[in-house]
Ligand binder design. Structure first.
Ligand code: GAR
Length: 218
């Protein structure tokens, strides 16, 4: 089966991006990374992608001022040029307009560092600690116009320890992110993740142990 062509949109370090690239390097993975795009020219992930031989593009949001539509037209032009079929937001820290999100409906994924629908938005680890939750985690979901609200594809559970700091918890959650994002993209690219009435059905996951993702981060 032909591999689906994927764009990864980043703004920074690119740890999730690197995990997706590593997965896509496997011969039987159903997706290939066509391009990595950053809205920040200095994003460290750009160098990592280039070192892997992946095409990179910069669409610097600062050049567009407040004109979000012009920025997004430039992003879409890159996606078109690389014949992209699926978009993965991976630490992409720009809000997208409903226009672009709707255009990519069911074909745009995001990773969020919390168990949605808890802790939407920023500073998720600080807020999880302040709330005293004992299980935290990460979520991969389809992107919809409402931020951090789309149909959930995969989640991973992460324990919260008594002496955790936000940084320690972030590191444990990131470990989980690196595991579920390749899993979720693989399901979507293989056509094994379908949305019905706002709910994702992962047809390839049929046992509780396949669904319960609890990475051992020790
Ligand atoms: C990741 O933890 C990701 O979940 C988060 O930013 C980090 C990016 O790290 N995304 C968000 O907070 C989106 N709202 P990375 O660039 O090393 O993958």
């Amino acid at each position: 089966m032909a591999k689906r062509r994927v764009a990864i949109l980043i703004s920074g370090r690119g740890a999730n991006m690197a995990a997706l690239i590593a997965a896509a390097n496997q011969p039987d993975y159903p997706a290939e990374i066509a391009v990595v795009l950053s809205n920040r020219p200095d994003a460290a992930g750009l160098k990592r992608a280039a070192a892997e031989g992946i095409a990179t593009a910069i669409v610097d949001h600062a050049r567009f001022g407040r004109d979000r539509e012009a920025f997004e037209q430039a992003v879409q032009a890159v996606l078109d040029a690389h014949r992209v079929e699926i978009v993965c937001l991976a630490g992409f820290m720009r809000l997208l307009t409903p226009g672009l999100v709707t255009r990519w409906s069911g074909r745009m994924l995001n990773i969020h560092p919390a168990l949605l629908p808890s802790f939407k938005g920023l500073h998720t680890h600080e807020r999880a600690l302040a709330a005293g939750v004992k299980i935290h985690g990460a979520t991969v979901h389809f992107v919809v116009p409402d931020v951090d609200s789309g149909p959930i594809i995969a989640q991973a559970a992460v324990p919260v320890l008594d002496d955790d700091t936000a940084d320690a918890l972030a590191a444990r959650v990131l470990f989980a992110e690196l595991r579920i994002y390749p899993l979720a993209l693989g399901l979507v690219a293989a056509g094994q993740s379908t949305i019905t009435a706002g709910i994702v059905h992962n047809t390839a996951i049929t046992t509780p142990s396949a669904q319960l993702i609890v990475p051992d981060a020790d």
